[in-house]
Design a protein around this ligand. Structure first.
Ligand SMILES: Nc1ncnc2c1ncn2[C@@H]1O[C@H](COP(=O)(O)OP(=O)(O)OP(=O)(O)O)[C@@H](O)[C@H]1O
Ligand SMILES: [Mg+2]
Length: 405
């Protein structure tokens, strides 16, 4: 229970953000759907109105035509459709041959003749697919049907615009959102960078002064108490370690220098150091493939920090007993792969994606910064990659690092 609690609270930075993200995404989806539904209902209403308008036109036509013979349909069309400046209409005879049209700008551009007729015929086919034509029945005085006319029509430009408007609007807003998101992300990264670098520089700077004075004290005491040399050598070792730490902080606070070094040699050195400090029940081994001559571009002091962090995590996961195996492999494209494999308790699948997040820890006394730092060192300072290559509960975990050769 206690552990669970730790898991939940240790992860202080992480849990809020994904929720907030989903809340924003959910809100955006609701707004998008709402806006599309609302415009769709507007489109429906306008479509109905346009259809009614055409029907009124048709029945007026019918009425006028049946009132008197020899009625001039074109005149009627002009009179009635004059009120309508937007719905494209074609009036045809019984054989669907165009007789007149309105609100078809494209057709106006053709000079009257075959071309225009052909255009109108193809337009009629398109209009047919959109709406069935309205039939006008022509009757004489005795109510005998003597002919038909058809009115073809399609949605007005306004209606079409309205139909696509929400999609265009949402795409523009979406694009805007993506740009804002990228800018904010960039600002956040720049700020984080500044904090990291500033803090590291300041730490290195602050440690520098007492460190030089400690070294001076050591020399002074060696002269003063020659019989205490042994103890003072141990003291020197600790001072050296502090120097290494200061050096790391100062490297992370400035543009680190990379050099081409034999990765196996660098790792051997780290393993020798770690072996002395980790439990004796932890067996550390190193292997290389295809041979030991594998050079990688690294900053040895920062790279050591990464390997140390990985090995410490491995030791924690094994609760002081098990083996850590580091393999150095020549990978393709001139890269070098370094695998750090342990026989520890493994990482649950759902947590794998969180391990590099700042603040994510499952340990009582963990800061959840070890892997964040490792990722930063490998990816930003070495232009490499680090990820969980494999992990199985109660079997072990393998972290992989790619370095440039
Ligand atoms: N080899 C591993 N096996 C199992 N779990 C691991 C391993 N490496 C990391 N983890 C998990 O990832 C978490 C984050 O590791 P990270 O090194 O970033 O922080 P931490 O070790 O908890 O704290 P610290 O800041 O002191 O390193 C760990 O708490 C642990 O749950
Ligand atoms: Mg750690």
């Amino acid at each position: 229970m206690r552990k669970k609690f730790k898991e939940a609270t240790g992860n202080t930075l992480a849990p809020l953000r994904p929720h907030l993200k989903w809340l924003v995404v959910g809100f955006a989806i609701v707004i998008s759907f709402g806006s599309i539904l609302y415009t769709n209902s507007l489109v429906e209403q306008i479509r109905d109105r346009e259809q009614r308008q055409i029907e009124i036109y048709a029945s007026s036509l019918e009425f006028l035509a049946n009132e008197s013979e020899n009625v001039n349909f074109f005149l009627i069309l002009d009179e009635i459709v004059a009120a309508n400046h937007s719905i494209p209409v074609i009036l045809t005879d019984e054989n669907e041959e165009p007789e007149d049209f309105r609100n078809l700008e494209k057709a106006e551009r053709y000079t009257p003749g075959d071309d225009r007729m052909n255009f109108l015929r193809s337009e009629i086919q398109l209009m047919k697919e959109a709406h069935p034509p309205i039939e006008v029945t022509l009757k004489d005085d005795q109510d005998n049907i003597y002919g038909h006319k058809y009115i073809f029509y399609k949605n007005s430009f306004l209606l079409n615009q309205l139909r696509y408007y929400p999609y265009i609007q949402l795409s523009v807003i979406g694009l805007f959102g993506v740009v804002i998101f990228m800018v904010l992300n960039y600002i956040k990264r720049v700020e984080q960078d500044r904090v990291w670098v500033g803090l590291a520089k300041e730490t290195a700077h602050q440690l520098g002064t007492p460190l030089s004075s400690l070294m001076a004290w050591s020399e002074y005491f060696k002269d003063l108490y020659p019989d205490q040399k042994e103890a003072l050598l141990e003291f020197d070792k600790d001072v050296d370690r502090l120097k290494v730490i200061t050096d790391r902080f100062s490297s992370i606070g400035s543009e680190p220098q990379l050099s081409l070094v034999n990765v196996a040699d660098a790792i051997d050195e780290i393993v020798i150091y770690l072996q002395k400090r980790l439990s004796t029940k932890i067996n550390m081994t190193v292997s290389t493939f295809p041979n030991r001559e594998i050079d990688g571009r690294i900053n040895p002091s920062l790279f050591a920090w990464v390997i140390e962090n990985l090995c410490k995590n491995a030791a924690d996961a094994m609760e002081g007993k098990g083996s850590i195996h580091i393999s150095i492999l020549r990978a393709n494209e001139g890269r070098v792969a370094v695998d750090v494999q342990d026989t520890g308790k493994g990482i649950a699948k759902a947590k794998v994606k969180n391990v590099f997040r700042p603040g994510f820890t499952t340990k009582k006394r963990g800061w959840g910064l070890g892997l964040t730092l490792a990722k930063r060192i490998i990816e930003q300072y070495h232009q490499g990659k680090i990820f969980v290559k494999h992990s199985e509960i109660n079997k072990g975990t393998t972290f992989r690092i790619y370095l440039n050769g």
